[in-house]
Design a protein around this ligand. Structure first.
Ligand SMILES: [Zn+2]
Length: 682
């Protein structure tokens, strides 16, 4: 339930995920009781040679038999598991709650069922039309000048209505035990600068569709503005070109610029900082700004933009933010642009599924509490902590053996490794959500009440010590993260299920799955981004200069290697943007492999299963985690905006780097980088 918890922010702060879903997902109903086999070979396509194309060998049959459902932009393990979690488990919980009567106002059950009912009450939603957003629109309309407009923007930002910058409270990167106020860039409807400046015809088409989309939405709202789409695209393009590129947000030193609050006025006198912050309920002494030049240049852009155009921009921000909660014609049009055009998704999910999905997203923690009570075996905690400790031991041993790192840095790296903490399953303490006001016939107000609760929860932290026990993800999320400023790795309950973690599976498969995922998260503490934080979670350079140079050179080599990979016509992997994830995949797999090897010491060599040695099964385990079909639109979106390499190359490009893989399958050629060119970091 973290407020501004979306991609650019994740890239720019201390949190790194294992996986980022490209959009909303799901499909085919699964039986929750299905027993997952210990080693499933049904996805393998034996007509492909493993050394020619390991992804198509390991997953060819799976991909053939699991086409992308019409309601999705991509389809892989995360999506399958996410669908099962939502549509079987979460839905079951919600349906049970719906049978209860006389629920206490503010109880988890009342919040969840009330929200669900308000989402399903389409008659009321249609009847109310756009009236629920009109108070916000009228405030924008009544602004007499840009100063007034930014005062209004501060108030709207509390409800997640976008604007050219975003303000949030999180751990201070240079004083990780205290929370501080930060300000980053924002307000781009197409989310990423690449979508505004890339000249490829696919991007040109998306921009043209965006203009049509905005014009249609304004028409449906009945607002008479001349060419709103063009006005907004022009303004957002100018703004985008002033913003940092996505890979630049990976540099925590670059985006840490702490200034006195009063300095903001000197940088950008045309923006009403005083009222913006006051209406956002914050009055900080200092602000950490991602990019000071942006504020200065934005000030010029605002001055050069007519007031009416700025109002059009903010009206659009309100309309698009709430489109999913308005009458069906707005939902459909918004879906058409943001899902069909952007991600190639053909059909919208049925309303009931969306109701569950929205309840799960907006009330993630209250639902998560019920989810773990029912579905999370406490025994998993112990098993996973043992696995984490095994990986930690192997990591330490490998650091000792590194030839490119000197003894002083090794000692510090091991100190950081020893200081790592972890969280498994769900939070130790739950927050009190009882002040959220949910009514069965007020969908939009319900969402505002939840967002305002989150806002209040966030701003209450400003200037206060960091609560290290806090979770940034709900337990039913299929993901994991590394939070550098806590020096911690976190595994929500829902990722501790097959195919990631299967207590009944062959060991080699679990090591290629969950243990490599654990290794991946641990390696994030030592990737291009995480390595800049010390064991206490502070931005603090602990590297000897020579070692830092060697590390950067290895990273650069990996960057160049990925830069050369074209994933679809005209679009290559962005080596700079993905380098942290690629280091983590390579490191995680290496740690997983050697942890498995270590677990076999002194034991009889395991027998092959279905003709595959334990080494081969380990790599098949990894490949099975990452099997995925994607629409071309989703693939383009991922390489333009996402720090994760698309799944197919998380398999093929990463494994080709590993000598252990080539040895396991006897590869030379396509699936084997020549020994002299291999990158071994961890
Ligand atoms: Zn990651």
């Amino acid at each position: 339930m973290q407020k501004h918890f979306y991609l650019p922010m994740i890239a720019a702060t201390a949190i790194v995920l294992i996986f980022t879903s490209s959009c909303n997902n799901n499909q085919k109903s699964m039986n929750a009781e299905n027993k997952v086999p210990a080693f499933d070979t049904s996805g393998i396509d034996r007509t492909v040679k493993p050394c020619d194309d390991f992804d198509n060998f390991a997953n060819g049959n799976w991909k053939k038999h699991n086409p992308i459902p019409s309601t999705e932009g991509s389809w892989g393990s995360f999506d399958v598991l996410d669908k099962e979690t939502r549509e079987v488990k979460i839905k079951g919980i919600v349906k049970d709650l719906l049978t209860q009567e006389n629920l206490k106002k503010g109880s988890d059950a009342q919040l969840i069922t009330g929200f669900y009912k308000s989402y399903m009450d389409t008659a009321t939603i249609e009847k109310r039309g756009i009236t629920p957003i009109m108070p916000m629109i009228e405030k924008i309309n009544s602004a007499k000048n840009t100063m007034d407009l930014f005062a209004v923007s501060g108030e709207l930002a509390k409800y997640d209505v976008g604007g050219p910058f975003m303000v949030y409270v999180s751990a201070d990167d240079r004083n990780s035990t205290m929370n501080a106020v930060s300000m980053g860039q924002g307000g781009l409807s197409l989310r990423d600068r690449n979508y505004y400046e890339n000249k490829d015809s696919a991007m040109v088409k998306i921009r043209a569709e965006f203009v049509k989309h905005v014009d249609k939405m304004f028409g449906m709202a009945g607002w008479s503005v001349t060419n709103p789409g063009k006005t907004i695209l022009d303004f957002e393009t100018k703004m985008a070109l002033l913003q940092l590129k996505n890979f630049e947000l990976r540099d925590p030193v670059k985006i840490y610029n702490k200034i006195a609050f009063g300095e903001l006025k000197k940088k950008a006198p045309g923006i009403n900082w005083g009222d913006y912050y006051k209406n956002y309920d914050l009055q900080p002494d200092t602000v950490i700004v991602w990019n000071l030049d942006y504020l200065k240049n934005l000030d010029q852009l605002i001055k050069a933009t007519p007031l009416e155009d700025l109002k059009t921009y903010f009206r659009w921000q309100v309309l698009t933010n709430y489109a999913g909660l308005l009458p069906v014609q707005f939902n459909k049009e918004s879906f058409h642009f943001f899902n069909t055009i952007m991600y190639g998704v053909k059909v919208q999910r049925p309303r009931e599924e969306r109701a569950i999905m929205n309840a799960n997203r907006r009330l993630g923690m209250p639902l998560g509490k019920l989810f773990v009570e029912k579905y999370f075996p406490e025994s998993s905690k112990k098993k996973v902590s043992e696995m984490i400790e095994n990986v930690r031991t192997v990591y330490g041993e490998r650091i000792d053996k590194l030839s490119w790192m000197g003894p002083a840095t090794k000692e510090k790296a091991k100190k950081k490794l020893a200081a790592f903490t972890y969280k498994i399953g769900y939070p130790d303490k739950w927050k009190d959500y009882s002040t959220i006001d949910i009514q069965p016939d007020k969908l939009l107000e319900n969402c505002n009440s939840i967002t305002l609760w989150e806002h209040n929860d966030m701003i209450a932290k400003a200037g206060k010590p960091v609560d290290k026990s806090e979770w940034m993800m709900s337990p039913q999320t299929i993901n994991a993260y590394n939070n550098s400023s806590n020096n911690e790795i976190v595994f929500p309950a829902a990722i501790l299920q097959p195919p990631f973690f299967n207590p009944d599976a062959d060991d080699a498969i679990n090591y290629g799955g969950i243990i490599s995922v654990i290794g991946h998260e641990m390696t994030h503490g030592f990737d291009d981004h995480g390595s800049q934080y010390d064991g206490s979670g502070n931005l603090n350079n602990w590297w000897a200069p020579e070692d830092a140079k060697n590390f950067a050179a290895l990273g650069k080599k990996l960057e160049d290697y990925f830069n050369a990979i074209e994933v679809t016509k005209g679009f290559k992997i962005d080596g700079k943007l993905t380098v942290g994830e690629n280091i983590a995949d390579l490191g995680g797999l290496t740690l997983g492999y050697y942890a498995l090897k270590k677990s076999l010491t002194g034991k009889t060599e395991p027998e092959p299963i279905h003709g595959f040695t334990w080494q081969q099964r380990f790599f098949l385990g990894w490949a099975q985690v990452w099997h995925e079909n994607m629409t071309n639109e989703s693939l383009i979106n991922q390489v333009q905006t996402n720090e994760h390499t698309p799944a197919r190359w998380r398999i093929n490009a990463t494994l080709a780097q590993m000598k252990e893989f080539s040895d396991a399958f006897g590869c030379a050629g396509k699936m084997a980088v020549p020994d002299a060119d291999r990158v071994v970091i961890w």
